[in-house]
Write a protein that binds this ligand. Structure first.
Ligand SMILES: [Zn+2]
Length: 446
């Protein structure tokens, strides 16, 4: 297996440098104190292990493996009740040191905003009423005492974060106003202003507490997803990898390939969309695309790159599917995809069904947080489509179009079977031979 891998890539000077750094970090694995690693650190360490193996430095690879295993064991042990690590955290707010993230109404993940409400609001004690200056030099400067409690910025943030709890808040307001109606007229007249103010404050608090609860749930869901994600570099099957860049890797599918040369461009760290990933990740994705176009051109082949980004609340890992096509079919591909995209999804769509990306990239064509499909024809950015009804847009949409063009059996594009490991190694070895001269991560021969 290792032989197949070592013929693939990564005897790069960068890789050697990284491995040297790892080595200088740790003279022996046992001399490094064991700590729980973050997902990013785990992915980095896994990449170093693989690179050390490819460079034939088995001693270092084994040391780094021990470090990774020890960290994983410590991580599991820390979850069990009564463990030292867990006890350390007793009495401390679990989320104290973490930046709480939340998903807004458009699906973007952003830091949870700091709330500035005073505890006294919650306590329900009424402050002594004092006169409010509403005019200055004869000009009205405010209407009510709390006019300046919300700035334009905080109102804008609140609007962005508004989600389904707005319905609950509306219900809360309704109940509050109903309760107010039950007061007799005199009492109502006296307490009118105070009750209205109190109701507004409680409503704000209610929304804030709902937002925080949702942010905590989102954070936990995201952490669980990343921990078990099979595309994150730390968890992925290493024998399928043909090239390791600094942020992105190139691998072959576990399942039966649709055609010879079918491969996947995948970021090492968990990220959901190419239109919202970090710029350096995006640039490396483009570098892989460029090299693949050059590789298939040698065989007089074209290539389509497809990204199906849907089901965002479950935090999918961005994967770009690359399928080579004979030149003739490649020339026809834009026509096939145009027709398929015009007929897909819901009949009455609010967005333009076909976004032609000319002199732009996908990052400038579809706003972040929307589910979308993107197909590029070689280095031509091609078409994008904003998915409106995810139930009517299958994950295999792009593969189905290619399957129709090449008259490929549905079993190969709908839900292809997982290949045996021997079959996987043969296809990786064959692909690696073709790929090697185009691998930009390899040192240039002098
Ligand atoms: Zn992932």
């Amino acid at each position: 297996m290792l032989k197949a891998l070592s013929s693939s890539s990564c005897s790069s000077s960068d890789a050697e440098e990284e491995v040297r750094n790892e080595k200088s970090d740790s003279s022996t694995a046992s001399s490094v104190p064991v700590k729980i690693l973050s997902n990013e650190e785990k992915n980095k360490l896994s990449a170093s292990i693989l690179k050390a193996e490819l460079l034939g430095n088995m001693e270092l690879a084994s040391e780094l493996k021990k470090r990774l295993d020890a960290s994983n064991k410590l991580s599991i042990a820390s979850q069990s009740p009564g463990s030292k690590e867990r006890k350390k955290n007793v009495g401390r707010d679990e989320d104290e040191d973490e930046i709480l993230m939340m998903r807004d109404m458009k699906g973007n993940v952003r830091p949870y905003p700091e709330q500035k409400h005073h505890a006294e609001i919650d306590g329900g004690r009424r402050r002594k009423k004092h006169k409010v200056e509403t005019h200055k030099d004869g000009v009205r400067v405010k209407y009510f005492e709390d006019d300046d409690r919300h700035t334009m910025k905080s109102l804008y943030e609140q609007e962005k974060l508004r989600r389904d709890w707005d319905g609950d808040a509306a219900m809360f307001n309704k109940l509050a106003s109903k309760a107010m109606q039950q007061l007799d007229d005199d009492e109502y007249a006296i307490d009118d202003e105070l009750l209205a103010k109190e109701s507004r404050k409680k409503s704000d608090l209610f929304i804030e507490s709902k937002q925080k609860q949702r942010a905590i749930i989102d954070q936990k869901k995201m952490a669980q997803k990343i921990e078990s994600c099979q595309s994150c570099f730390n968890n992925t099957e290493k024998h399928l990898i043909v090239s390791i860049g600094s942020k992105v890797y190139l691998s072959l599918p576990r399942s039966k390939s649709m055609v010879d040369g079918h491969c996947l461009i995948v970021p090492m760290q968990h990220t959901c969309q190419s239109n919202s990933c970090d710029e350096d990740v995006y640039q490396e994705i483009m570098a892989y695309k460029k090299s693949l176009v050059a590789m298939f051109k040698e065989n007089d082949e074209d290539i389509v790159f497809m990204e199906t980004c849907k089901n965002l609340p479950s935090y999918p890992h961005l994967t770009i599917e690359c399928i080579p096509l004979p030149r003739e079919e490649g020339d026809m591909a834009p026509i096939y995809f145009k027709k398929a995209l015009m007929e897909c999804d819901s009949e009455w769509s609010q967005n333009k069904k076909l976004i032609e990306i000319k002199n732009k990239t996908i990052r400038q064509s579809v706003p972040t947080g929307f589910p979308y499909f993107h197909v590029a024809f070689g280095l031509d950015e091609g078409y994008a489509h904003v998915i409106e009804d995810e139930n009517k847009f299958p994950q295999y949409f792009g593969r189905e179009v290619v399957g129709g063009m090449l008259d490929i059996d549905a079993t190969l594009w709908r839900k292809p079977r997982i290949e045996k490991i021997e079959e996987q190694i043969i296809k990786v070895t064959n692909f690696a031979k073709r790929w090697k001269p185009h691998d930009f991560s390899l040192p240039k021969s002098k």
